[in-house]
Design a protein around this ligand. Structure first.
Ligand SMILES: Cc1cc2nc3c(=O)[nH]c(=O)nc-3n(C[C@H](O)[C@H](O)[C@H](O)COP(=O)(O)OP(=O)(O)OC[C@H]3O[C@@H](n4cnc5c(N)ncnc54)[C@H](O)[C@@H]3O)c2cc1C
Length: 303
């Protein structure tokens, strides 16, 4: 217990993707107390993947994989709670985290917050009917015509996923397609996806249940549903600037520890991350080893 009798966690983990639950499994197996904090959807971005074919030993949906990871970590005593971490501060020998409006104390912290979707930065982009996750919201497009904004790999992949439900997709691309050649080829051959280039949305409006996308020079596009996939960046705005690289990702040493002793990072939010679920899980395991060692050192110094 902390000096003021508040509970002190051994390990606080921010995020609930593969990096987070792998780390939780490792530290909980060693009898350290660990809580995973998630602000949105438990399972992280990995939980939204419709079909995972490259996670060794597993095939199925991301939701299934993440359900198993959570179950396994919790079977050893790890806890999972909803809440957004808005600040992490190093006090003398431990950390204070703000989780929503609550202060949480922990001896060591893992940042496993992955990446967050970029927005267009135009009025109306949070209206109902606009989504940033095809896996989550594709079923509501059944029998409808759909607009997708974006021209990268994610936009193209998600457009194909939407076709399982909707009638057709208009892919609105700012300049040229930036997706890989395989996807470009598939797009060319798919009569139900129309790629329209040179489209710069300026405002989105909703009238009588339909979405109107006003653009700079390409007129107005109307549809029942709109999906926006215009890139992603590390979800690290709440962290001290000293541990962040220019692009906002977290800089770490070899054992996944940042320049702040006891503060670790793993997965897609980390500088140099490969942005794959299996790698995030591996980094979670490596960070857990580092955290266990750090806790051991704290015990030896009597902290
Ligand atoms: C369309 C698409 C398809 C993909 N397909 C594959 C695939 O087939 N195979 C593969 O290996 N990888 C795939 N990936 C990549 C894979 O999803 C990621 O590499 C993996 O999810 C990263 O795991 P992570 O643990 O770093 O974080 P994530 O899975 O991104 O989880 C991070 C979590 O942290 C939460 N969070 C963020 N900030 C806070 C905060 N301040 N407080 C509390 N919680 C917070 C987020 O809400 C999120 O739930 C795909 C990605 C996309 C976009």
């Amino acid at each position: 217990m902390a000096a003021n009798n508040r509970e002190m966690l051994d390990v606080a983990i921010i995020g609930s993707g593969p990096a987070a639950f792998t780390a939780a499994l490792y530290v909980a197996r060693e009898n350290s107390s660990a809580t995973v904090y998630e602000r949105e959807s438990i399972g992280g971005l990995a939980g939204t993947i419709s079909n995972i074919e490259n996670y060794p030993g597993f095939t199925g949906t991301g939701m299934e994989l993440m359900g198993k990871m959570r179950e396994q970590a919790e079977s050893f005593g790890a806890k999972t709670e909803y809440g957004e971490c808005t600040a992490v501060k190093k006090l003398k020998k431990h950390f204070e985290l703000m989780i929503d409006d609550t202060s949480v104390l922990a001896k060591t912290v893992l940042v496993a917050t992955g990446s967050e979707r970029r927005k267009l930065g135009i009025p109306g982009e949070d209206l109902p009917g606009i989504s940033y996750c095809a896996t989550c919201d594709a079923p509501m497009t059944t029998g409808k015509e759909v607009l997708v904004v974006g021209g990268g790999n994610t936009a193209a992949q998600e457009a194909f996923h939407l076709l399982k439900y909707c009638v057709s997709v208009k892919l609105l691309v700012r300049s040229g397609l930036r997706c890989n050649d395989v996807l470009k080829d598939r797009l060319k051959k798919e009569p139900r996806i129309e790629v329209i280039t040179g489209v710069v949305p300026t405002e989105i409006e909703r009238k009588e249940g339909q979405l109107y996308v006003n653009t700079e020079k390409s007129g107005v596009f109307v549809a029942d549903n709109l999906f926006i996939f215009v890139g992603a960046g590390p979800a690290t705005k709440f962290l001290p600037a000293e541990i962040l690289a220019e692009d906002g990702s977290v800089k770490t040493r070899q054992n996944m520890e940042t320049e702040i002793d006891g503060l670790f990072a793993a997965g897609d939010c980390r500088l140099g991350s490969v942005k794959q679920a299996v790698v995030a899980a591996g980094e979670g395991a490596a960070a857990a080893r580092g955290m266990s060692k750090y806790l051991e050192e704290l015990r030896h110094t009597g902290a």
